[in-house]
Write a protein that binds this ligand. Structure first.
Ligand SMILES: O=C(O)CCC(=O)C(=O)O
Length: 285
């Protein structure tokens, strides 16, 4: 569990590193399974549903940049996603209650591990509230030299930067005025975790060292944080006047989703047939 001082630090700075959350055996298991996946990547020549490959990947010299959705690929990864000590910590930061929202394993092998450009996760998955964060489990010691996750302290309280280029989402801050001033690394030993708030500006350098940096990332939300999403083409097709905008206008309104689904569907007539005390009653003839 986090101390009150650590909780305050997270809320103030939008990130925190916590040492010794997983056991040595957990790390041994994670490394073994990850090595097995990299071995398996020799069989593929391009990105798949499981592997995102570094440039230069080949059967002789496998270079994996990411294992996608690892919790769905192997029980060892899934056990980390639901690891009690992690969920206890996340619950302290966004609780009561925690929802899991996907995972990925980013790998930076010595000398060629790719950078991740500066971005805010909020630009990828905005929600109805920002009690959303990502936990990174360090499979290797994570340091400035091997490409530690970098964050800008306090940036979770600042603006959401434009992540678009030439009218399309670009996955990184494109605002020409942005500079990563004040960035700090989250350095933790293997078995420690990084935590960053969904609005915190973050990125990481290439790995220029001789040691790997593998980080198993899992996102979590408060149970009442709902994703905002939509299909651009489908919404555009229904614009009758004006143009669709990706600048969503939010106003504070009470919302209760029409879920779990109604017992009977098809139409409002069918749905309402299950009412125990209808005001107008049933048509009798
Ligand atoms: O692996 C890293 O250093 C950054 C991870 C990240 O921010 C991402 O994959 O979205």
């Amino acid at each position: 569990m986090l101390t009150q001082q650590q909780i305050d630090f997270y809320h103030e700075n939008g990130y925190i590193g916590v040492e010794s959350v997983l056991s040595e055996q957990d790390i041994i298991d994670l490394r073994r399974v990850t090595d097995e996946f990299v071995e398996k990547s020799r069989e593929v020549t391009e990105h798949t549903d499981v592997f995102d490959l570094e440039p230069g990947h080949s059967a002789e010299t496998p270079r994996v940049r990411r294992i996608k959705n690892p919790a769905a690929q192997h029980i060892v990864y899934d056990q980390v996603r639901t690891y009690k000590s992690i969920i206890d910590i996340v619950d302290q930061l966004v609780g009561p209650g925690v929802r899991s929202m996907g995972s990925k394993l980013n790998m930076k092998y010595p000398d060629f591990g790719s950078p991740v450009e500066w971005h805010q996760d909020w630009a990828f998955y905005p929600h109805t509230n920002d009690d959303v964060l990502a936990v990174g489990v360090a499979i290797d010691d994570m340091s400035l030299e091997n490409g530690a996750l970098m964050v800008i302290p306090g940036s979770h309280k600042g603006p959401i930067y434009d992540h678009h280029q030439d009218g399309r989402f670009a996955g990184a801050v494109t605002d020409p005025n942005f500079t990563p001033d004040g960035a700090v690394p989250i350095e933790v030993k293997a078995g420690g975790i990084s935590i960053h708030h969904v609005r915190t500006l973050h990125g990481s350098t290439p790995n220029n060292s001789s040691t790997p940096r593998r980080l198993l990332l899992a996102a979590y939300t408060a149970v009442d944080a709902w994703p905002l999403s939509g299909d651009w083409e489908a919404l555009s097709a229904n614009i009758l006047r004006g143009e669709l905008t990706n600048q969503v206008r939010m106003v504070e309104n009470p919302v209760r989703m029409a879920l779990p689904r109604a017992e009977r569907g098809g139409s409002i007539y069918e749905t309402q047939t299950i009412l125990k005390k209808p005001i107008y009653g049933q048509k009798t003839e």
